[in-house]
Design a protein around this ligand. Sequence first.
Ligand SMILES: Nc1ncnc2c1ncn2[C@@H]1O[C@H](COP(=O)(O)OP(=O)(O)OP(=O)(O)O)[C@@H](O)[C@H]1O
Length: 262
Amino acid sequence: MRSVLLECRHLTFQRGKSSPILLKGLDLSFSSRELVGIFGVNGAGKTTLLRVLGGMIKPTQGQVLLSNKDMKECLLSEISRHIAYVPQMQRHYFPYSARRMIELGRVPHSGLLARISTEDEDIVQSVITRLGLESVSQKMMMELSGGERQKVIFARALVQNTPILLLDEPMSGLDYGAQYQFLNLLAELMNEGRLIIMTSHRPEELLPYGTRALILEQGIIRADGDVRSVLTAENLSHLYNIPMQHIDHGKNRLFYYQDFQK
Ligand SMILES: Nc1ncnc2c1ncn2[C@@H]1O[C@H](COP(=O)(O)OP(=O)(O)OP(=O)(O)O)[C@@H](O)[C@H]1O
């Protein structure tokens, strides 16, 4: 059975009085065992929505509810035991090794000053193995490639062992093979019962396993539903104002620009 893990009610967000209203009274509900993609043009507010849902920034109006509890009443430690957030690719990191960076994901469970326990070490090691990070785990973060860093930050979120994962363009730096493995991993995590919400610019990546897609446009949700009904050439042509077509192939849907050669 699915249970509602995260909701927002009448969620409005505006940075300042003279700034545009980025999110306009959104009502959304997300449950366990969902893999949701948020789509929208650059600057539409996808990251902002993820960050408000993750409790990192407060709504201007409205509420975010974590397992039915108003997030305003949740301690930071409580939020981080429920939600792991993976930001868009960053350039600068503290001078930590990859393993140390991953270990930090255990802090919500063990506390900032506690020594890492044997149980924590086992969890960290199992995630390093699951993501194939053995060869980079002893290297410093700044010595890693962009895609390797991306995997390490995802590993940190996984060891947090939360029912909710919020991922901001998680596949942007991954090579083709790593994207394939990552998609399969997301499907596994969803089947374990997690709620995964990710932003994306590539509808293809959501089609095989995604359960739901949202289109955020001018502060409102223009479409919300099953991936195959939302991520259509018609909806994307309208969203990006370009002529698009799609072809279905099994579980996959391929998108292409119509009349590209003209
Ligand atoms: N820290 C900030 N201070 C001021 N404005 C910001 C800040 N972060 C984002 N914005 C603005 O808020 C708007 C929404 O940004 P957001 O990052 O949520 O968009 P997005 O849909 O995730 O975009 P992209 O697809 O380019 O990543 C943009 O106009 C952006 O310039």
